[in-house]
Design a protein. Structure first.
Length: 287
């Protein structure tokens, strides 16, 4: 049997207590550091989410007057598609056939709500915007191209018109209710190069299915080539931008139909990008 002295026991106890105290302190410090890291991450995520939300809200508010809807309904996804055509909501994590099926379901629900209100769908601008108000651009494209074969000719035409409206507003051309035109300010007035860059940026952010078409590639190459020619020609000053190499481009851009009607474009030109009519003509500048 081993007999330890009182002093030895006291020393051992003191040592153990010190170790336990240090371990407790270390554990507390570790927990505190983890909590601080989590808080920092949470704050960063919150700031990021808040920033994105604020950005989206601002984009919606600024363009809301151009997409009027029935009372009690909204067109937030349509409106957001003007400044952020690549924003994803209704089509998130879906294959294109699933996007079409989802769009069909959403629209059928809107039809039912309108009928239940005592005012069935009447194909007014307000009703059209409300009907497709929660469809992001990819979902709109599914309707416009009749993916799945479940959309009527009227629905396809409405989706095509809305996609053209998004593109026109994004490139500085007014498209919306006549009583709101007085409030519109063209951000690219006397700046055709800026307008062309806006059109290119809009195309770059279109839905994947739009960008997979030969028409998109051809039009994108034409617009990019025209901009490259302008850069090579030295359009650096305001005067040159207004009257130099891009003079013809400015005239072409100014000739876009902006009233939302389908009277002037040919059937082949009724596509879903912001400048089909423009970009076909742009090819002649670089050929």
């Amino acid at each position: 049997m081993i007999i330890a002295s009182t002093s030895t026991n006291a020393a051992l106890s003191a040592y153990t207590s010190a170790v336990d105290t240090q371990a407790t302190a270390d554990a507390r410090q570790s927990v505190a550091q983890e909590d601080a890291a989590k808080a920092k991450t949470t704050n960063v995520d919150s700031v990021s989410l808040s920033s994105t939300s604020t950005d989206y809200n601002s984009a919606i508010v600024s363009n809301a007057p151009y997409f009027p809807v029935r009372t009690g309904m909204n067109a937030d996804a349509l409106i957001l598609g003007v400044s952020k055509p690549g924003a994803i909501s209704s089509s998130k994590d879906k294959t294109f056939p699933e996007v079409a099926a989802d769009a069909r379901k959403r629209m059928d629900e809107k039809y039912a709500l309108m009928t239940a209100s005592g005012k069935p769908y009447a194909n007014t601008d307000e009703d059209r915007n409300a009907l497709m108000g929660d469809l992001d651009r990819r979902s709109l494209n599914a309707v416009a191209t009749n993916e799945g074969g479940t959309f009527t000719a009227q629905e396809q035409a409405s989706a095509q018109a809305l996609m053209r409206q998004q593109g026109r507003l994004a490139t500085g051309y007014y498209s919306g209710p006549a009583d709101q035109e007085k409030n519109w300010k063209d951000p690219f007035a006397n700046n055709p190069v800026g307008r062309a860059h806006a059109a290119l940026d809009f195309m770059n952010n279109m839905s994947p299915e739009e960008k997979a078409t030969p028409q998109w590639l051809s039009q994108h190459l034409s617009l990019q080539a025209a901009l490259n020619q302008g850069a090579g020609a030295g359009t650096d000053t305001d005067a040159e931008t207004k009257t130099g190499h891009f003079h013809n481009l400015a005239e072409i851009l100014a000739g876009v139909v902006t009233d939302g009607s389908d009277k002037k474009p040919s059937d082949a030109a009724k596509n879903t990008d912001p400048g089909v009519h423009i970009l076909e003509k742009l090819q002649s500048l670089v050929s």
